[in-house]
Design a protein around this ligand. Structure first.
Ligand SMILES: [Zn+2]
Length: 145
């Protein structure tokens, strides 16, 4: 999209700050993700990843839990229904089982919303977390703090 309307829309959607070279995730966020995944098991949990882009670094600093977001299936779809928040950078959800590969539903969701998505599989430790971009491609991230 070009022109004034495109520019305005891009500003409203926060698309003007989409560029980043690295992803940093706060250690507390990782610990919270592991904890909630274990507590929710065998149900999935999902949450919004809050963060900001500064100096070419996307930094994830918090989670927003949605009421009733833990469900047997389709957890991410409930996030999709949420209004766009300015510091909404992506999503995290858990998988029962040992595969952190995105499902087809996950991939459709990744493509529509957010810049950075995490999936945690059993046994819900640091090694069982995978991160993806909007295209479902693996992304590296650094744990900080
Ligand atoms: Zn999934």
């Amino acid at each position: 999209m070009t022109g004034r309307i495109g520019k305005l829309l891009s500003k409203l959607l926060g698309n003007n700050r989409k560029e980043f070279l690295e992803v940093h995730v706060d250690r507390e966020v990782i610990e919270e993700i592991m904890q909630i995944a274990k507590t929710s098991y065998p149900r999935e949990f999902s949450a919004i990843l809050q963060g900001k882009i500064e100096d070419d670094i996307l930094r994830i600093t918090g989670l927003i839990f949605l009421p009733g977001a833990a469900s047997e299936s389709g957890a991410v779809m409930e996030i999709f229904m949420m209004p766009l928040l300015s510091d909404d950078m992506g999503s995290v959800h858990s998988h029962p089982g040992y595969s952190a590969e995105p499902s087809n539903t996950d991939l459709q969701f990744f493509a529509k919303k957010g810049l950075f998505h995490m999936i945690i599989a059993e046994p819900y430790d640091v090694e069982s977390i995978r991160a993806y971009d909007s295209f479902g491609q693996n992304m590296d991230y650094t744990i900080v703090g």
